[in-house]
Design a protein around this ligand. Sequence first.
Ligand code: TYM
Length: 354
Amino acid sequence: MTTFQPLVFSGVQPTGNLHLGNYLGAIRKFVALQDNNDCIYCVVDLHAITAQLVHDDLRNQIRSIAAAFIASGIDPVKHIVFNQSAVPQHAELAWIFNCVARIGWMNRMTQFKDKAGKDRENASLGLLAYPSLMAADILVYRATHVPVGDDQKQHLELARDIAQKFNIDFQQKIRETGTGVDMVVGEEPIHGYFPLVEPLIEGPAPRVMSLKDGTKKMSKSDPSDLSRINLMDDADTILKKIRKAKTDPDSLPSEVEGLKGRPEAENLVGIYAALADRTKDDVLQEFGGQQFSAFKPALADLAVHVLSPITEEMRRLMGDTTHIDAILRDGGERARARAEKVMAEVFDIIGFLR
Ligand code: TYM
């Protein structure tokens, strides 16, 4: 039985500053996965224009995400690092997926509802179709595993729905062209062209929360810069932000159970655990009974210790962008070669002439 080669794909938008949530929820997982997998990591610039069309310095934003990948330890020679717009097949497959997906599926996306807000009629069509492009990003390589934070879960379920509908609608053509693969979904053996992607969400920090409100996700778009730690923040800024982070008046509990109903405490302990590669229980065994006045400086020191080498390397890479540009160009070429093969088969399955 032929089956899909495991392939990891993920993407990050070049909008605003990368923050600790992006790092712990996504980029650190990208780094860990590269030891045993073939990986493709993409700066998704086409997605960046869905919510806001005009950006001041999009080129440098794109470069800075690539710089963050490299500075965090991603190897762009063994793996592929590139920007989405360099591979036109993403947009081409997204169009086909726009015709596979149903409007009702898109309307149910919570991220669309959040981003479009009350004035839905005035949101761009691109924002509504965003998850279809995201499915295309992954499936144009027939990638099988996608490391992301918790907030992308619904989009990945939609990517599975799109793949499944394509496989079913074109099952006859897929057999005729001999391009399909046998796979087992649940218990059921099926023959299809696109894999049903596996989200890789688990990890120590699938959802890092705002430093100002433990019930809200840490986000690039939060108007308060104090709500997040940016990868480009210097040590003093990190110290200040952690000092000012919202907490409650109680001391830290000795067990995870005691964090229930204390979202800010839970978030800070979670961040500490993720940065230190330890469990929350382990962290609480050390800090249980202590006040935040003692815990916060320890957390700030740890954050600076982990992030400052990355920040420094990002600054160095951004100082002379020729190296980053060469990495993106080379990655784009290698990605395009792979995507072209898949699109030729997709055209064959659908019955387009080229
Ligand atoms: P983006 O650019 O918003 O975020 C990049 C990655 O960071 C994760 N993340 C978080 N993780 C934990 N806690 C947080 N507070 C937090 N905030 C963000 C996100 O889950 C994501 O993994 N739609 C995607 C980009 C994308 C993509 C793809 C991802 C486009 N095509 C294909 C995977 C596969 C996005 O907007 O991520």
